[in-house]
Design a protein around this ligand. Sequence first.
Ligand code: TYD
Length: 147
Amino acid sequence: MCQKIVFTNFKIEEMNTVKLIDLPKILDKRGNLSFFENNNQIPFEIKRTYWIYDVPGGETRGSHAFKEQQEFIIALSGSFDVVLNDGKEERTYSMNRSYYGLYIPPMMWRKIDNFSTNSLALIVSDRAFAETDYIRDLEEFMMIKFK
Ligand code: TYD
């Protein structure tokens, strides 16, 4: 028997909910300083911080979506591209300065590639790690988006 699977809890976000966010920049001849705070520069409360580093040339990270997790990604050092797909549209965000970041709502297929040598991607998220929040299959992601 064929069962219909109903996904009622997922937010079906569109590309226009993604935001590049400029962070405060305290210019100083001794060196510049930027920051962000919970619910201030970024629209959620931080529960987890992780970072991606020592990425060999040509490698890709990500290639998944989160059912509920929101994230904010900054290129603390070097550069990389964040490629987002909301199921209808794909956009590439070039991250190459530490004074802005990319807010990514849930239910965006995302990959990170084109890492420069010694690049450092800082990622903060609104929840603890949970493999059950991942969608790692593009077909499953599309099915949820267009059920
Ligand atoms: P994953 O999120 O798939 O990496 P990426 O999206 O950057 O390619 O995570 C890779 C592995 O690390 C996976 O086995 C889960 C584990 N992991 C944690 O244990 N805690 C974390 O906070 C993260 C982000 C990943």
